[in-house]
Write a protein that binds this ligand. Structure first.
Ligand SMILES: Cc1ncc(C[n+]2csc(CCOP(=O)(O)OP(=O)(O)O)c2C)c(N)n1
Length: 653
């Protein structure tokens, strides 16, 4: 690999030279169908799972027939058949995915463990703490391995932590641990095998600190100047391969000539595989394919689907025509509150999918901060309705781990604001995994959002735009009880990661007709709320109610209203129809103005429907400040406060 790298024939490379015993020993100690979450130095995990070398070479060149279709570099890929979960660049997130996989094994009562690796540097990430603590609290059979090679990139362990051994931290989590010689493959293999038995029998996690040394730089370009040379001398005598060979000779298992024969055989095999690897064809760029792979196409096992209520709806983006709002055969009840509709959608989904797991802070006996899961523990049990420790990042990671083993999960963010501390897992793992190596993340995150409740800057934010900007996520945002239930069911049925925004101020203030049955509102279809001739208000969430109220208070203005319902992907056809109907567009949202969704939609309209416009598009968003606590200040902040002014401006053009 070092030669190929110098020749510029493979991309960036992180060497595991000196640390091979850990990857190989640990992988061989596990069953072939137990998930491993490797990192950048763990070539031995991939080779020990017998991945064809030629395909690995293709991966490292960025070839289309590598494991990630050329979309990912070096070790940032996984393979479902090999039960290897690909890392993202960020250190830490792999650890909690192992929690989710182990939870799946536990729920299925399978005698399996998951195994995850981290460097000494990675143990300083919050993700390390969150993952180990969650595994301990939930009694999950996870083996956490630290490869302590003395350095982060250049940072020595003396500047990384203060405990004597990293394994000592296990005590604080209430978990067992051991420190072993990571350069002795037999020690690694034996220890991990024994620990695997322990984790399965006791249903508990275990922390293993493998002492080792990195014989190359962090990566080849970074050099090794920051490492004292005597350390290389000292550790070269402990080389794991050399020592194992010597031991095999001493024990007369192999002779020197057998070893050189083996080396020759291996070298020939590598040359042959390399030849095949370098025969791969140049990348053929197909934009449609690139876009298609961002999401897993849902298999159509849908319950009754209610499509856009837009009678004049144009063909959908995929080309087929929306059926429009057909007379509903469903039994509707009037006066169902928004919050109860969410609860019902969730409850029916739990009955529908025995593999659906709910996780969140205080969601079990307490019923959640907003009582949406009240009574769920009694019906579905604590295994499926799980209180979590306070650790959003680990729980999003665990959701992904469950997905690797075929589970669906719904995580309740206590408030949408707290998604910031699970942000990396959402944006970089959930959103990108299908595009990167074909694994889907069958996860819904419920996001109690929005203001109007006098709760201040950290319990009232509108943060949907952060997620709409991320390919790979879907974002839905209902405004009526009917949509709240149907969109939640659709989100749970969708095999992709969906962020489900539920406006807290609507929970108990809005009610409406909701069918009793299990039904979906189709993701990606807007709802034409009411027709008008003077101005079209395109909005979502609380904005829909502001627009409706405004229209009722101003019968002199003929107002058309479009409720987007899904923010990613947007229903561009319904947006086009709205422009066509009035030629005057007001984009209204509670989110702050700058960088809000209104700007995106305005740009699209200008690019695509310019001739249909009779006036410049007007945006009405909230003030570009954090959302304030005091109710008068909050009112002033809200876009609603400027709605009249915005409409007048638009009409007077
Ligand atoms: C969250 C995050 N911060 C910074 C980096 C950049 N980075 C990549 S590897 C590395 C050092 C990792 O050290 P360690 O965890 O000890 O693993 P090692 O490379 O020594 O095997 C750093 C800082 C990163 N990948 N992720």
């Amino acid at each position: 690999m070092l030669v190929l790298l110098r020749q510029g024939r493979i991309s960036k490379w992180f060497s595991g030279i000196g640390q091979e015993a850990i990857s190989v020993g640990a992988t061989l100690a596990l069953g072939q169908d137990e998930w491993i979450m490797p990192l950048h130095r763990n070539l031995g995990v991939f080779t020990s799972r017998d991945m064809p070398l030629n395909k690995l070479f293709k991966q490292w060149q960025g070839a289309q027939d590598g494991y990630s279709k050329g979309r990912e570099r070096s070790f940032h890929f996984g393979s479902m058949p090999h039960h290897i979960c690909g890392m993202i660049s960020h250190l830490g997130p792999q650890l909690a995915i192992a929690d989710g996989v182990a939870l799946a094994y536990k729920l299925k009562k399978e005698n399996k463990v998951s195994l995850t690796l981290t460097g000494d540097g990675g143990t300083s990430e919050g993700d390390f703490h969150e993952a180990l603590n969650t595994a301990a609290v939930w009694d999950l059979p996870v083996i956490f391995i630290i490869e302590n090679n003395g350095y982060g990139l250049s940072t020595p362990v003396s500047e990384q932590y203060r405990c004597a051994q990293l394994a000592d931290r296990a005590k604080g989590y209430g978990m067992e641990s051991v420190v072993i010689d990571g350069n002795n493959i037999l020690a690694v293999y034996d220890t991990i095998k024994g620990i695997r038995d322990y984790c399965i029998k006791e249903q508990k996690p275990y922390l293993v600190e493998c002492m080792t040394f990195r014989m190359r730089g962090h990566e080849e370009a970074s050099g090794t100047k920051y490492v004292p040379s005597q350390l290389f001398e000292e550790w070269s005598t402990k080389d794991p391969i050399k020592n194992y060979e010597e031991w095999l000779i001493e024990e007369t298992v192999l002779s020197e000539s057998q070893i050189s024969d083996l080396r020759l055989e291996m070298k020939q095999k590598i040359e042959e595989e390399l030849k095949i690897g370098f025969e791969s064809k140049p990348v053929v760029v197909d934009t449609e394919d690139e876009l298609k792979d961002v999401y897993l196409t849902p298999i159509n096992t849908k319950p009754l689907v209610i499509q856009g209520a837009n009678k004049n709806s144009q063909p959908s983006q995929s080309g087929e025509r929306s059926a429009g709002f057909s007379p509903s055969p469903l039994v509707e009840r009037a006066g169902v509150r928004f919050i109860d509709a969410i609860k019902e959608g969730l409850q029916q989904s739990m009955r529908q999918h025995s593999n659906l797991i709910l996780m969140g802070q205080d969601i079990a006996e307490y019923g959640g901060a907003f009582k949406i899961t009240e009574g769920f523990v009694q019906e579905f049990g604590k295994e499926r309705v799980r209180n979590t420790p306070l650790c959003e990042s680990a729980i999003v990671g665990a959701c992904l781990g469950l997905s690797l083993e075929g589970y669906k999960s719904m995580m309740e963010m206590q408030f949408a604001d707290f998604a910031t501390v699970g942000f990396n897992q959402i944006i970089n793992n959930l959103a990108k995994i299908h595009y990167r190596w074909g694994q889907n993340a069958d996860v819904v995150i419920r996001m109690p959002t929005g203001g109007g409740v006098g709760a201040g800057p950290f319990h009232s934010q509108s943060n949907e735009a952060w997620f709409v900007h991320t390919p790979g996520l879907k974002v839905v945002y209902p405004s009526t009880p009917m949509d709240a239930k149907g969109l939640l069911i659709a989100a749970i049925n969708d095999p992709n990661p969906v962020l489900y925004f539920e406006h807290k101020a609507l929970y108990r203030s809005v009610n409406g007709a909701v069918p009793k049955e299990y039904y979906e509102i189709e993701i990606g279809k807007a709802r034409h709320v009411q027709s008008g001739d003077d101005v079209s208000i395109i909005t979502y969430g609380a904005g829909v109610h502001w627009a409706e109220d405004y229209a009722a208070e101003h019968p002199e203005i003929s107002i058309d209203i479009l409720d987007l319902r899904t923010l990613l992907p947007l229903d561009y056809y319904a947006i086009r129809d709205a422009v066509k109907r009035t030629g005057r567009i007001l984009l209204l949202h509670e989110d702050t103005l700058t960088g809000g969704l209104g700007g995106e939609i305005a740009a699209w309209i200008v690019e695509n429907c310019f001739e249909m416009l009779d006036a410049p598009i007007v945006r009405c968003g909230s003030l570009d400040t954090p959302i304030p606590f005091n109710i008068e200040l909050e009112k002033n902040f809200m876009a609603r406060n400027r709605l009249d002014e915005a409409i007048r401006k638009l009409l007077s053009y």
